[in-house]
Structures are given as structure tokens and as C-alpha cells.
Design a protein around this ligand. Structure first.
Ligand SMILES: Cc1ncc(COP(=O)(O)O)c(C=O)c1O
Length: 388
């Protein structure tokens, strides 16, 4: 066995507690290695229908969902290029690095981008949004449901309620929330919701998923500058025959089909509850690890990723090294201005309370603390959410 294989050997490779990509269950990995099939035959059409049917409830939509061979950013770009034309004015709501990314995508596409920013660690407030909308006319609003760089989830329901009367196109980055935190697209009146395979959906990277309202599709149709490869209308048209306009990432579709079966077998409501439990348990544990760690989120702490502030002299680099080398856990660091300040721990998708315990032990160990108090607090919080 060569070194590359050895690192892949179960048990020797690190467990991914990154905010993405996340752990991929063995049965999903196995599906990837099924022999590739042609995408214009009945066998692929059956996979298409299975995936399509399973995705609607995750988005909370009975409308269209297109699946693109792309990372999440490709999905964001596709939304911007189908729904808008250069010169359109949009309001980008920024609460972290990924909100900045969405704004940048719009900026590069030639849109006029105004920013509504909050300090990192905080969530967009419906009141601030309402006040901003009263001062300017926008064709669209760009939102990040769960800001992975800061571990903050916005109150999508309250924000959507503000937007409902405005007639703006509501575009949501749900990359690190879909399949873990309810999105409820149709009920909230969202127009475009983007996610991807490598987060709560427990798949390898490579598929972007974009759910679209009827209004989003009507607007796309009128867009004279629609892109070719990302043309939503082509995806929808081919989708009517359970196919895709261009060669799909067939094996990733196999994987996604299995992962979605797992989610539905557990039950969507139960999956959401488990994520609430994981988030609450991890945060309760962190609260016991003072003064070395502190929760970075000031409001709306996320149930899929926790940003943990590491208090000097302890450093995120040292914590991540200890977690990886002594505990076999891969944590992420902070991004951009938050580098050197945060450790980010993903607890979404294929994740159980056991991983929360392991992560708390690793953090305690790196700080030279006994983990017992943190583990007790985590268990209590977990049981508080899940029931005994
Ligand atoms: C909220 C959010 N948006 C967008 C992205 C970008 O996704 P990708 O790296 O798949 O392009 C990420 C990735 O972590 C994310 O967490």
C-alpha cells in the first residue's frame, strides 16, 4: 500500500469537522464507485427523478431545483447571471466572508451593489434591513442564511417577512444550512436558494443545487444576457425529461441519491432536531472551557458550524495541530481578518453527539484542561434538545 492509500485507510485519516467539506458516509462513497452510466438513458433518468423528488422538501419548495456541476460559488454566480443584468441595483447583506463573496460575485457581473453590513459575529437585523429598503430601490437582495466564517445564522423568517412586500428578488446563500436548518423557501417567498453537495448533504464537493421560484424563472426568461452553461431555463427544460443540458457529474448524482435517502430515512424534522442538539451541546461545552475559548457569535449562533475564539496565549494554529495530530480531528481556522483568531468546527451532516464529545476533548486537551465539565454541560444540553 502506498502512502496516499494509507492516509485514506479508515481510522488513520482525520475525521472532518471542517465547515466543509464534511464527513462522507461509507455508503455514499460506495455509490460514487458505481460504474459510470450514460446520462441519456433510462437508468440516469431514474436517478434524476429520485434526486429531484428528494430535494424539494429540503428547500421547502414544490418548484424547480436545478443541479449544476459546480461548487457553491458557481451556484451563486449562476443566480446572479440568470436573474440580473449589468446595472441592476442589489442590496448585499453582509455578515461575514461569504456575504462579501456574494456581493463580489454581483459586483463582477456588473451589478450596482450596495452593502448592508453588520460587525462580524452579529446577524442582519430585520429592522436595519427595513430601514435600508426605505431609502433605496433595489431589484434584488442577497442574503447569507448561515455565515460559515463567523458561525452566525440569520433569522430568515423575520428577514423574509420584511422583504415580502418589497417586490425584490430574494436570493439566499444556503450553502451551509440546507439539510440541517429549515429553509422553507415557498412559505417565506424566496426566489433563489443556493446550496451544494459538500456540507450538510454529506457528499463530496462538486454539485451546486439551486432552487428557483416561478418569478425567478420568469425573470430569467426575459434576461437577454443569460449565460450558456449556467442557463437555468435549459436545465428546467431538460429536467422535464429527467435529464440535464450538459453532461452531468453522473457519479456525484449516485452519491447524492444515497445521501438524500439517508436524510429522509432519518426524517427531515429529526435531522433538524439533531443539528439543534449538536449546536446546543457544542456551545454548552465551549462555555465551560473559559478562559481559553469563547463563542465568537454574539447573536444567532449557528447549529452547523461554531466559530470558537481562541484566547491568547493559546493560538488557533496550536489548537488545530493538537486536534489533528493527537485526536485525529480536522478543524478549520478563521478566514481573512479572522485568521489567527478563530477555530471553526463543523458539526453538520454525518455528525453525531459522539463527534461533539471528541471535539470538546480535543479543545480541552489543547488548553491543558480537564474536559469533564464541558462534557457534562454538552450532554445536558444535548438531552435538553433531544429528550432523554
Ligand atoms: C455560506 C457559504 N457560502 C458560499 C460558500 C462557497 O462554497 P464553495 O467553496 O463550494 O464555492 C461557502 C463555503 O464554505 C459557504 O460556507
Amino acid at each position: 500500500m502506498d502512502t496516499a492509500d494509507e492516509t485514506l485507510e479508515q481510522g488513520r485519516r482525520p475525521r472532518l469537522m471542517l465547515p466543509g467539506p464534511t464527513e462522507v458516509p461509507a455508503q455514499v462513497l460506495k455509490a460514487l464507485s458505481r460504474p459510470t452510466i450514460g446520462h441519456r438513458g433510462g437508468e440516469f433518468r431514474a436517478v434524476y427523478r429520485r434526486v429531484r423528488a428528494a430535494l424539494g422538501p429540503l428547500f421547502g419548495t414544490t418548484g424547480e431545483v436545478v443541479i449544476l456541476p459546480a461548487a457553491g460559488t458557481g451556484g451563486l454566480e449562476a443566480v446572479v447571471e440568470n436573474l440580473f443584468v449589468p446595472g441592476d441595483r442589489v442590496l448585499a447583506c453582509v455578515m461575514g466572508v461569504f456575504g462579501e463573496r456574494f456581493a463580489e460575485v454581483a459586483h463582477r457581473a456588473g451589478l450596482e451593489v450596495d452593502l448592508l453590513e453588520v460587525p462580524f459575529g452579529r446577524a442582519i437585523s430585520p429592522a436595519a434591513l427595513s430601514e435600508r429598503l426605505a431609502r433605496g430601490r433595489y431589484r434584488g437582495v442577497l442574503l447569507t442564511h448561515n455565515e460559515t466564517s463567523t458561525g452566525v445564522t440569520m433569522d430568515l423568517e423575520a428577514v423574509a417577512a420584511v422583504l415580502r412586500e418589497e417586490g425584490v428578488l430574494v436570493c439566499v446563500d444556503a450553502v451551509s444550512s440546507l439539510g440541517a436548518i429549515p429553509v422553507d423557501m415557498d412559505r417565506l417567498g424566496l426566489d433563489a436558494v443556493v446550496s451544494c453537495s459538500q456540507k450538510a448533504l454529506m457528499c463530496p464537493p462538486g454539485l451546486a443545487l439551486v432552487a428557483l421560484s416561478g418569478r425567478a424563472l420568469r425573470v430569467s426568461k426575459l434576461n437577454p444576457r443569460r449565460p450558456l452553461y449556467w442557463d437555468f431555463l435549459q436545465y428546467v427544460r431538460h429536467g422535464e425529461g429527467a435529464g440535464t443540458p450538459y453532461t452531468p457529474a453522473v457519479n456525484l448524482w449516485f452519491a447524492l441519491a444515497v445521501a438524500l435517502d439517508m436524510i429522509h430515512a432519518e426524517g427531515l424534522e429529526r435531522v433538524y432536531l439533531r443539528h439543534r442538539g449538536l449546536g446546543a451541546a457544542f456551545r454548552a461545552g465551549i462555555a465551560e472551557l473559559v478562559p481559553h475559548y469563547r463563542l465568537f457569535a454574539v447573536e444567532g449562533p449557528s447549529d452547523t458550524v461554531t466559530a470558537v475564539e481562541v484566547i491568547p496565549p493559546l493560538t488557533p494554529q496550536a489548537v488545530r495541530k493538537r486536534a489533528l495530530e493527537d485526536h485525529g480531528l480536522a478543524f478549520a481556522g478563521g478566514q481573512k481578518g479572522l485568521a489567527g483568531k478563530l477555530v471553526r468546527v463543523g458539526h453538520m451532516g454525518y455528525c453525531s453527539f459522539r463527534e461533539i464529545e471528541l471535539a470538546l476533548c480535543a479543545l480541552a486537551d489543547a488548553a491543558g484542561l480537564d474536559p469533564a465539565g464541558a462534557l457534562r454541560a454538552a450532554e445536558e444540553a444535548w438531552e435538553g434538545v433531544m429528550g432523554r
